[in-house]
Design a binder for this molecule. Structure first.
Ligand code: ACO
Length: 361
């Protein structure tokens, strides 16, 4: 049965971000993403988006650090409730345990919970003891130290910060739309964010970067790339990290992340392999679908960058949520301030009663 993907339908007016799929441009609150991402901090991006209202970067850094301590106190009970689940599913459990409310405090609780929950769930899954947050640290450095232990490597912090800023908001993507739909009913921020995470988790949205690394492993060497890719497309499979609903050109975020990666791990074999696979994939997609421009999307270099900063592939989707929660919180606030109940229509194409009710056109 055919179904609309709502492409081209404007469902909200927003001051948060704009995606130009033809020019390959992402603008966040008046800033081009390639100008913002190399230097902006996570808290700075939260302030730009107004994810926790009008609180500025410096104050936000302090408030988020305090809120991480509160989440860490609740972590043992969350780990019990999340036993046997993946880190992404455990994150859903942890976020769902936060009371529904609105406003800056509610946003701070949700944003601060992300790094604590992801690091704690990941360590627990590996049989390691969770590491407490350190007061005074900024979110990203604290995340890496809660996850990996010790002093975080400044280069890894910067690369991860660039990633999180890059993915913080991106127009009316599926998870953001989900958050806005839930918020439009008058429900609270935690419910909106939990629902958004559910939408993000699918492989057509935020679940792709893990499979990108699987692809790199399966291809193995640059020489095997064209043959492997042809076989994959012959089987009717999609190549993870390529194609996009909006971009008809290269996703500008892919280049931002490729540059950050080159800075972090110059000359690694992995980057050379990825570049060869990208080249082979683009050539094969162009040959097979010349009428439909399929290009590299953000997830391709996300996979390499997150791997290079020390994240296991099971943490790639949670890391995406750690960045995108800033956009979700900002969109929920905007929806509540300016929006209206989102309630579209459907067209009934099922059977009608044999007798009785008349068919209504
Ligand atoms: N590999 C091979 N073929 C592809 C790919 C791909 N990655 N992407 C699209 N195509 C093909 C489709 O099979 C489709 O042909 P079909 O209708 O005969 O099946 C044709 O190109 C047109 O597809 P679109 O209409 O452009 O695809 P859509 O907008 O529905 O989907 C999506 C976009 C989901 C991102 C798709 O390109 C895809 O599945 N990519 C792989 C998964 C991926 O990388 N996801 C991350 C997206 S980025 C993000 O969400 C942050």
């Amino acid at each position: 049965m055919g179904g609309s993907g709502l492409e081209g339908i404007v469902v909200a007016e927003t001051t948060l971000s704009h995606v130009d799929g033809i020019k390959g441009e992402l603008i966040v609150r008046g800033h081009r993403i390639d100008a913002l991402a190399p230097t902006a901090t996570y808290e700075g991006m939260a302030a730009i988006l107004g994810a926790a209202g009008a609180i500025g970067e410096h104050e936000l850094r302090k408030r988020l650090a305090e809120a991480r301590r509160v989440t860490f106190e609740r972590l043992p009970a969350i780990l019990v409730a999340a036993e046997g689940l993946s880190v992404t599913e455990g994150l859903r459990v942890g976020l769902a345990s936060i009371p529904d409310a609105d406003g800056p405090d509610a946003a701070i609780a949700l944003i601060a919970a992300m790094p604590v929950l992801i690091a704690g769930l990941a360590r627990h899954a590996s049989g390691l003891t969770p590491i407490a947050p350190t007061s005074g640290r900024a979110s990203v450095a604290d995340f890496l130290s809660m996850l990996l232990g010790g002093e975080p490597d400044p280069a890894a912090v910067r690369a991860l910060e660039t990633y999180l800023v890059t993915v913080a908001d991106h127009g009316m993507n599926a998870s953001t739309f989900t958050a806005r739909v839930v918020a439009s009913t008058g429900s609270g921020l935690a419910s909106s964010v939990v629902a958004a995470l559910g939408a993000l988790k699918g492989p057509l949205h935020g679940g792709a970067p893990g499979p990108v690394l699987d692809m790199l492993d399966a291809v193995g060497s640059a020489e095997s790339a064209p043959r492997w890719i042809a076989a994959e497309l012959d089987r009717g499979n999609r190549l993870m990290g390529f194609g996009h609903r909006i971009y008809r050109t290269r996703d500008p975020r892919a280049d931002v992340l490729k540059a950050a990666l080159a800075h972090l791990a110059p000359g690694t074999g992995r980057l050379a392999l990825a570049t060869a696979i990208e080249r082979a994939a683009l050539a094969a997609l162009e040959r097979r679908q010349p009428e439909r421009r399929l290009d590299t999307n953000v997830e391709f270099y996300t996979a390499l960058l997150l791997e290079a900063v020390g994240l296991d592939r099971a943490l790639f989707t949670p890391a995406f949520a750690f960045g995108r929660v800033l956009g979700w919180c900002a969109h929920v606030a905007e929806q509540k301030a300016t929006g209206r109940l989102i309630r579209p229509d459907s067209r009934y194409v099922g059977p009608w009663p044999a007798t009785g009710a008349a068919k209504v056109a």
